[in-house]
Design a protein around this ligand. Structure first.
Ligand SMILES: [Zn+2]
Length: 258
Protein backbone atom coordinates (compact mmCIF):
# COMPACT_ATOMS: atom_id res chain seq x y z
CA UNK A 1 0.00 0.00 0.00
CA UNK A 2 1.15 3.51 -0.77
CA UNK A 3 0.97 6.30 1.78
CA UNK A 4 -1.48 9.12 0.98
CA UNK A 5 1.43 11.39 0.13
CA UNK A 6 2.94 8.93 -2.37
CA UNK A 7 -0.46 8.08 -3.82
CA UNK A 8 -0.94 11.77 -4.62
CA UNK A 9 2.58 12.16 -5.89
CA UNK A 10 2.28 9.31 -8.40
CA UNK A 11 -1.45 9.63 -9.18
CA UNK A 12 -0.92 10.44 -12.86
CA UNK A 13 0.69 7.04 -13.46
CA UNK A 14 -1.29 5.11 -10.80
CA UNK A 15 -4.51 6.02 -12.65
CA UNK A 16 -3.33 4.05 -15.70
CA UNK A 17 -5.05 0.67 -15.55
CA UNK A 18 -1.95 -1.32 -16.47
CA UNK A 19 0.10 0.40 -13.77
CA UNK A 20 -2.41 0.93 -10.88
CA UNK A 21 -1.35 1.05 -7.24
CA UNK A 22 0.16 -2.42 -7.58
CA UNK A 23 2.49 -1.27 -10.37
CA UNK A 24 3.50 1.76 -8.35
CA UNK A 25 4.31 -0.43 -5.35
CA UNK A 26 6.46 -2.56 -7.69
CA UNK A 27 8.30 0.58 -8.84
CA UNK A 28 8.85 1.66 -5.24
CA UNK A 29 10.28 -1.78 -4.44
CA UNK A 30 12.47 -1.89 -7.58
CA UNK A 31 16.24 -1.66 -7.80
CA UNK A 32 17.88 -0.23 -10.93
CA UNK A 33 21.60 -0.10 -11.62
CA UNK A 34 22.71 2.69 -13.96
CA UNK A 35 26.23 2.34 -15.35
CA UNK A 36 27.46 5.74 -16.52
CA UNK A 37 26.25 9.22 -15.53
CA UNK A 38 26.72 11.06 -18.83
CA UNK A 39 23.92 12.30 -21.08
CA UNK A 40 22.08 8.96 -21.15
CA UNK A 41 22.36 8.39 -17.41
CA UNK A 42 21.26 11.96 -16.59
CA UNK A 43 18.12 11.71 -18.73
CA UNK A 44 17.19 8.19 -17.65
CA UNK A 45 17.70 8.65 -13.91
CA UNK A 46 15.74 11.91 -13.70
CA UNK A 47 12.67 10.07 -15.02
CA UNK A 48 13.28 6.93 -12.94
CA UNK A 49 13.62 9.01 -9.77
CA UNK A 50 10.55 11.05 -10.65
CA UNK A 51 8.57 7.85 -11.32
CA UNK A 52 9.43 6.59 -7.85
CA UNK A 53 11.89 3.75 -8.55
CA UNK A 54 12.79 3.03 -4.95
CA UNK A 55 16.45 2.03 -5.23
CA UNK A 56 18.77 3.65 -7.75
CA UNK A 57 22.52 3.00 -7.94
CA UNK A 58 24.45 5.39 -10.19
CA UNK A 59 28.01 4.59 -11.20
CA UNK A 60 30.68 6.86 -12.70
CA UNK A 61 34.32 7.70 -11.95
CA UNK A 62 34.41 10.90 -14.05
CA UNK A 63 34.23 14.52 -12.96
CA UNK A 64 31.73 17.01 -14.40
CA UNK A 65 33.45 19.16 -17.00
CA UNK A 66 32.23 22.34 -18.66
CA UNK A 67 31.84 20.62 -22.06
CA UNK A 68 29.45 18.09 -20.45
CA UNK A 69 26.84 20.72 -19.58
CA UNK A 70 25.66 20.96 -23.20
CA UNK A 71 23.89 17.58 -22.87
CA UNK A 72 24.26 16.19 -19.32
CA UNK A 73 21.32 18.17 -18.10
CA UNK A 74 21.14 16.96 -14.51
CA UNK A 75 24.31 18.92 -13.67
CA UNK A 76 24.61 22.55 -12.64
CA UNK A 77 27.60 24.82 -13.06
CA UNK A 78 28.24 24.41 -9.33
CA UNK A 79 28.87 20.68 -9.99
CA UNK A 80 31.96 21.37 -12.15
CA UNK A 81 34.94 19.23 -11.10
CA UNK A 82 32.72 17.17 -8.78
CA UNK A 83 32.26 13.44 -9.28
CA UNK A 84 29.35 12.77 -11.64
CA UNK A 85 27.78 9.91 -9.67
CA UNK A 86 27.77 11.97 -6.47
CA UNK A 87 26.47 15.11 -8.18
CA UNK A 88 23.73 13.11 -9.91
CA UNK A 89 22.76 11.42 -6.64
CA UNK A 90 22.33 14.85 -5.02
CA UNK A 91 20.11 16.06 -7.86
CA UNK A 92 17.97 12.92 -7.73
CA UNK A 93 17.53 13.16 -3.96
CA UNK A 94 16.38 16.75 -4.35
CA UNK A 95 13.89 15.64 -6.95
CA UNK A 96 12.50 12.80 -4.81
CA UNK A 97 13.34 12.37 -1.13
CA UNK A 98 11.22 9.22 -0.82
CA UNK A 99 13.66 7.06 -2.84
CA UNK A 100 17.10 5.64 -2.05
CA UNK A 101 19.96 6.69 -4.31
CA UNK A 102 23.52 5.42 -3.92
CA UNK A 103 26.51 6.78 -5.81
CA UNK A 104 29.47 4.59 -6.77
CA UNK A 105 32.28 7.01 -7.56
CA UNK A 106 34.53 4.59 -9.39
CA UNK A 107 34.52 2.29 -12.37
CA UNK A 108 33.14 -1.14 -11.46
CA UNK A 109 34.54 -4.37 -12.83
CA UNK A 110 34.41 -8.12 -12.25
CA UNK A 111 33.31 -9.13 -8.77
CA UNK A 112 32.03 -5.72 -7.64
CA UNK A 113 30.14 -5.25 -10.88
CA UNK A 114 28.70 -8.75 -10.45
CA UNK A 115 27.49 -7.92 -6.93
CA UNK A 116 25.82 -4.70 -8.04
CA UNK A 117 24.11 -6.50 -10.94
CA UNK A 118 22.94 -9.22 -8.55
CA UNK A 119 21.06 -6.57 -6.52
CA UNK A 120 19.40 -5.05 -9.61
CA UNK A 121 16.05 -5.89 -11.22
CA UNK A 122 17.18 -4.21 -14.45
CA UNK A 123 20.46 -2.67 -15.57
CA UNK A 124 20.80 0.44 -17.74
CA UNK A 125 24.01 0.60 -19.74
CA UNK A 126 24.67 4.32 -20.16
CA UNK A 127 28.44 3.94 -20.45
CA UNK A 128 30.73 5.42 -23.06
CA UNK A 129 33.18 2.59 -23.65
CA UNK A 130 33.04 -0.85 -25.18
CA UNK A 131 35.03 -2.61 -22.50
CA UNK A 132 32.42 -1.69 -19.86
CA UNK A 133 29.59 -2.56 -22.25
CA UNK A 134 30.99 -6.06 -22.83
CA UNK A 135 31.54 -6.66 -19.10
CA UNK A 136 28.03 -5.50 -18.21
CA UNK A 137 26.59 -7.69 -20.99
CA UNK A 138 28.59 -10.71 -19.86
CA UNK A 139 27.43 -10.51 -16.24
CA UNK A 140 23.80 -9.62 -17.11
CA UNK A 141 23.75 -12.60 -19.49
CA UNK A 142 25.13 -14.94 -16.82
CA UNK A 143 22.67 -13.66 -14.19
CA UNK A 144 19.76 -13.34 -16.68
CA UNK A 145 19.20 -9.73 -15.59
CA UNK A 146 17.49 -7.65 -18.30
CA UNK A 147 19.85 -5.09 -19.84
CA UNK A 148 18.59 -1.85 -21.37
CA UNK A 149 21.36 -0.56 -23.57
CA UNK A 150 21.67 2.72 -25.47
CA UNK A 151 24.30 4.79 -27.23
CA UNK A 152 24.35 8.05 -29.17
CA UNK A 153 26.82 9.88 -31.37
CA UNK A 154 26.42 12.87 -33.68
CA UNK A 155 22.75 12.89 -34.73
CA UNK A 156 22.34 9.11 -34.33
CA UNK A 157 21.27 6.88 -31.50
CA UNK A 158 20.64 3.22 -30.86
CA UNK A 159 18.64 1.37 -28.24
CA UNK A 160 18.14 -2.32 -27.37
CA UNK A 161 16.56 -4.36 -24.60
CA UNK A 162 18.32 -7.69 -24.02
CA UNK A 163 16.14 -10.18 -22.13
CA UNK A 164 18.60 -13.13 -22.20
CA UNK A 165 15.84 -15.70 -22.60
CA UNK A 166 16.95 -19.03 -24.12
CA UNK A 167 17.99 -18.55 -27.77
CA UNK A 168 18.03 -14.75 -27.37
CA UNK A 169 21.08 -12.83 -28.60
CA UNK A 170 23.39 -10.77 -26.40
CA UNK A 171 25.31 -7.52 -26.93
CA UNK A 172 28.38 -9.48 -28.05
CA UNK A 173 26.30 -11.15 -30.79
CA UNK A 174 25.78 -7.60 -32.12
CA UNK A 175 29.25 -6.16 -31.40
CA UNK A 176 31.76 -9.02 -31.23
CA UNK A 177 34.83 -6.98 -30.23
CA UNK A 178 36.16 -5.31 -27.07
CA UNK A 179 37.72 -2.14 -28.37
CA UNK A 180 37.04 0.43 -31.04
CA UNK A 181 39.62 2.41 -32.93
CA UNK A 182 40.79 5.77 -31.61
CA UNK A 183 38.82 7.61 -34.33
CA UNK A 184 35.56 6.05 -33.14
CA UNK A 185 35.78 7.02 -29.48
CA UNK A 186 32.75 8.92 -28.18
CA UNK A 187 34.83 11.35 -26.13
CA UNK A 188 36.36 12.80 -29.31
CA UNK A 189 33.24 13.03 -31.44
CA UNK A 190 30.37 15.48 -31.68
CA UNK A 191 26.94 14.86 -30.21
CA UNK A 192 23.66 16.78 -30.29
CA UNK A 193 22.29 17.06 -26.73
CA UNK A 194 18.63 16.14 -27.31
CA UNK A 195 19.66 13.00 -29.25
CA UNK A 196 21.26 11.56 -26.13
CA UNK A 197 18.23 12.77 -24.13
CA UNK A 198 15.84 10.87 -26.44
CA UNK A 199 17.84 7.68 -25.98
CA UNK A 200 18.09 8.07 -22.20
CA UNK A 201 14.35 8.62 -22.03
CA UNK A 202 13.80 5.43 -24.04
CA UNK A 203 15.87 3.56 -21.46
CA UNK A 204 13.80 4.98 -18.60
CA UNK A 205 10.57 4.17 -20.43
CA UNK A 206 11.58 0.55 -21.06
CA UNK A 207 12.62 0.16 -17.40
CA UNK A 208 9.29 1.59 -16.18
CA UNK A 209 7.38 -0.79 -18.49
CA UNK A 210 9.15 -3.80 -17.01
CA UNK A 211 9.13 -2.68 -13.38
CA UNK A 212 5.58 -1.34 -13.23
CA UNK A 213 3.83 -4.00 -15.31
CA UNK A 214 6.17 -6.99 -15.17
CA UNK A 215 6.88 -7.04 -18.90
CA UNK A 216 8.47 -5.09 -21.72
CA UNK A 217 5.96 -3.82 -24.25
CA UNK A 218 8.85 -2.88 -26.52
CA UNK A 219 10.14 -5.88 -28.48
CA UNK A 220 13.37 -7.13 -26.86
CA UNK A 221 16.44 -8.10 -28.87
CA UNK A 222 15.88 -5.52 -31.57
CA UNK A 223 18.30 -2.80 -32.53
CA UNK A 224 16.28 0.42 -32.60
CA UNK A 225 18.11 3.07 -34.61
CA UNK A 226 17.21 6.74 -34.20
CA UNK A 227 18.03 9.35 -36.78
CA UNK A 228 18.01 12.75 -35.09
CA UNK A 229 17.86 14.58 -38.43
CA UNK A 230 14.78 12.92 -39.93
CA UNK A 231 13.57 11.99 -36.41
CA UNK A 232 12.69 8.53 -37.63
CA UNK A 233 13.22 5.15 -36.01
CA UNK A 234 14.19 1.90 -37.66
CA UNK A 235 14.15 -1.53 -35.99
CA UNK A 236 16.36 -4.46 -36.91
CA UNK A 237 16.06 -7.89 -35.32
CA UNK A 238 19.34 -8.98 -33.71
CA UNK A 239 20.19 -12.58 -34.54
CA UNK A 240 22.05 -14.80 -32.13
CA UNK A 241 25.60 -15.23 -33.43
CA UNK A 242 26.46 -18.95 -33.57
CA UNK A 243 30.09 -17.90 -33.11
CA UNK A 244 29.42 -15.67 -30.06
CA UNK A 245 31.85 -16.83 -27.40
CA UNK A 246 29.61 -15.63 -24.56
CA UNK A 247 26.33 -17.23 -25.72
CA UNK A 248 28.10 -20.45 -26.63
CA UNK A 249 29.77 -20.64 -23.22
CA UNK A 250 26.44 -19.94 -21.43
CA UNK A 251 24.71 -22.60 -23.50
CA UNK A 252 27.46 -25.17 -22.83
CA UNK A 253 27.22 -24.44 -19.09
CA UNK A 254 23.42 -24.81 -19.15
CA UNK A 255 23.68 -28.12 -21.00
CA UNK A 256 26.20 -29.48 -18.53
CA UNK A 257 24.05 -28.31 -15.62
CA UNK A 258 20.89 -29.92 -17.01
ZN1 LIG B 1 25.95 -13.52 -27.71
Amino acid sequence: MLSDRLFLRYQRQVCLSDVSEQGQVSLVNSHVLVIGCGGLGCAATLYLAAAGVGHLVVVDDDLVEESNLQRQVAYRQTDLQHNKAKALMQQLKQLNDSINVRAVERRLADEQLGLEIMLADVVLDCSDNLLTRQQVNRICSQQKTPLISAAAIGWQGQFTVFDYLPESPCYRCLIPFDEITQEGKCSDMGIIGPVVGVLGNYQALAAIQKLATGKFFVEPNQLHLFNGQTMQWQAIKIMRDPECKLCNVSQATTEVAS
